[in-house]
Design a protein. Structure first.
Length: 149
């Protein structure tokens, strides 16, 4: 489990938390803000992550409860969610790769400008919506097509 934890530690959550703590440290070093207002950044990050992770856990619990009723439903659900996750991961990875390459080679086409200025917070909302939409489509497809077979 240690290597898995280490790889997870290299992920986005930890990088964001380190950035928030870095901002807090820079503000503390400047001495312009009191300590209670500096600590608001890590506390807000913690509250947001707790809310999102808890919501994700509840949604996935309900989804897996639905999927575990029979073997075909379980396989269908796992293939659908895994396929959507792979698609999202490849999309995000490709966007980040294009951002790095385009900034290194100073490409200035309209596509590269769009991708370099892409707001990942907005993209995250679309990813959550996409995953819920895919799950809903899988539910409808299973209940109407596969259940009748």
């Amino acid at each position: 489990m240690y290597p898995v934890g280490f790889l997870f530690g290299l992920g986005f959550d930890t990088a964001t938390e380190v950035a928030v703590l870095g901002i807090s440290a820079a503000m503390a070093q400047s001495g312009k803000l009191p300590i209670w207002s500096i600590m608001i950044f890590p506390l807000l990050f913690t509250a947001g992550m707790s809310l999102l992770d808890s919501s994700d856990g509840v949604i996935m619990l309900k989804a897996y409860d639905w999927a575990m009723v029979d073997a075909i439903r379980k396989i269908f659900f796992n293939m659908t969610i895994t396929g959507a996750s792979v698609f999202v991961a490849l999309l995000i990875g490709t966007i980040e790769w294009v951002q790095v390459v385009s900034s290194h080679f100073r490409w200035n086409g309209s596509v590269f400008i769009f991708l370099n200025t892409l707001d990942f917070a907005v993209l995250g909302v679309f990813v959550v919506g996409f995953m819920l939409f895919i799950w809903f489509l899988a539910y409808l497809y299973y209940s109407r097509v596969l259940k009748s077979v």
